[in-house]
Design a protein around this ligand. Structure first.
Ligand SMILES: NC(=O)c1ccc[n+]([C@@H]2O[C@H](COP(=O)([O-])OP(=O)(O)OC[C@H]3O[C@@H](n4cnc5c(N)ncnc54)[C@H](O)[C@@H]3O)[C@@H](O)[C@H]2O)c1
Length: 258
């Protein structure tokens, strides 16, 4: 894969560097995905609730700010998403690639989830995917090329190992939303896929001792890395993956086989 592979042409036929919007990119999987897509030649926009750490990641990728920058976006608010997206389009044009990754993991027994917490988790983890797929997907359809990847989870297939039913339901919703947008956009050069990780070592997991303990319980004997998830996302947003749409790619060390 070279930079040239990620160059598209605008309506005037001029080659331009493709751009990727990644939500929740201040740390963890989003940070690794932003770094990987930047290395693949994309201009990356790192959206996060926490602007400062996202800006630090962007500055590490490109201190000049030309090919990596951060924007503030609270995905739990449709207004915040719409405002940030409109500013991005005005400054930069609509993104060629969208990675819906921002999410919150809430641990709670199904008996103890109150409806306010249920709504809050669904708003952040699922409604945000709907709003961003609508906004970015419409622009991609018009352009005739685009890639969307929605971060799901093993929890959305089998129920959570640790996370609550609201989290699991949001991640199951991400899988079917992926199929619906994939069907809508398939004829327009736009693919929409989901990724379903489990047990990936990110700040949420704790220290390396805790990770090793979790890893021993998995068929492959270790936890996954954020870079392994980023590798899969890099394929799904590349020009090479145009025949792959509506699928969910499991990245789980063999803990769930379909
Ligand atoms: N780490 C895993 O093992 C694993 C497994 C399955 C699925 N996932 C999914 O992958 C994604 C990333 O997970 P992670 O482990 O990197 O999580 P993380 O908690 O390390 O990072 C999440 C990022 O999202 C941002 N964020 C949270 N709420 C936001 C909001 N309202 N608006 C904008 N940004 C917000 C946070 O600031 C943070 O930068 C999530 O959707 C998660 O559900 C992770």
């Amino acid at each position: 894969m070279t930079d040239a592979d990620q160059r598209g042409s605008d309506q005037t036929g001029t080659a331009r560097q493709r751009s990727a919007l990644i939500t929740g990119a201040a740390q963890g999987l989003g940070e690794a995905i932003a770094a990987r897509l930047h290395a693949e030649g994309f201009r990356v926009v790192l959206a996060d609730l926490n602007l400062e750490p996202a800006a630090e990641v962007a500055a590490r990728l490109d201190p000049s700010g030309r090919t990596a920058r951060a924007i503030e976006m609270d995905v739990s608010s449709a207004n915040s998403i719409r405002g940030a997206f409109a500013r991005l389009v005005a400054d930069d044009g609509a993104p060629d690639v969208l990675v819906n990754n921002a999410g919150r993991t809430v641990r709670r027994s199904v008996w103890e989830i109150d409806v306010d917490e249920w709504d809050a988790v669904l708003e952040t983890n699922l409604r945000s995917y709907l709003v961003l797929c609508q906004l970015a997907g419409a622009a991609m359809r018009e352009r005739g090329w685009g890639r969307i990847v929605n971060m799901s989870s093993f929890a959305g297939q089998q129920g959570g190992l640790v996370a609550g039913a609201h989290y699991a339901a949001s991640k199951a919703g991400a899988i079917v939303l992926t199929k619906i947008f994939a069907g809508e956009l398939a004829a327009h050069g736009v693919t929409v896929n989901a990724v379903a990780p489990a047990a990936i070592f990110t700040p949420a997991m704790g220290d390396e001792t805790a990770a090793a303990e979790i890893g021993r319980g998995l068929p492959v004997g270790r936890v996954g890395t954020a870079e392994e998830v980023a590798e899969a996302v890099a394929y799904l947003v590349s020009v090479r993956s145009g025949f792959v749409t509506g699928t969910t790619l499991d990245i789980n060390g063999g803990v769930h086989m379909r």
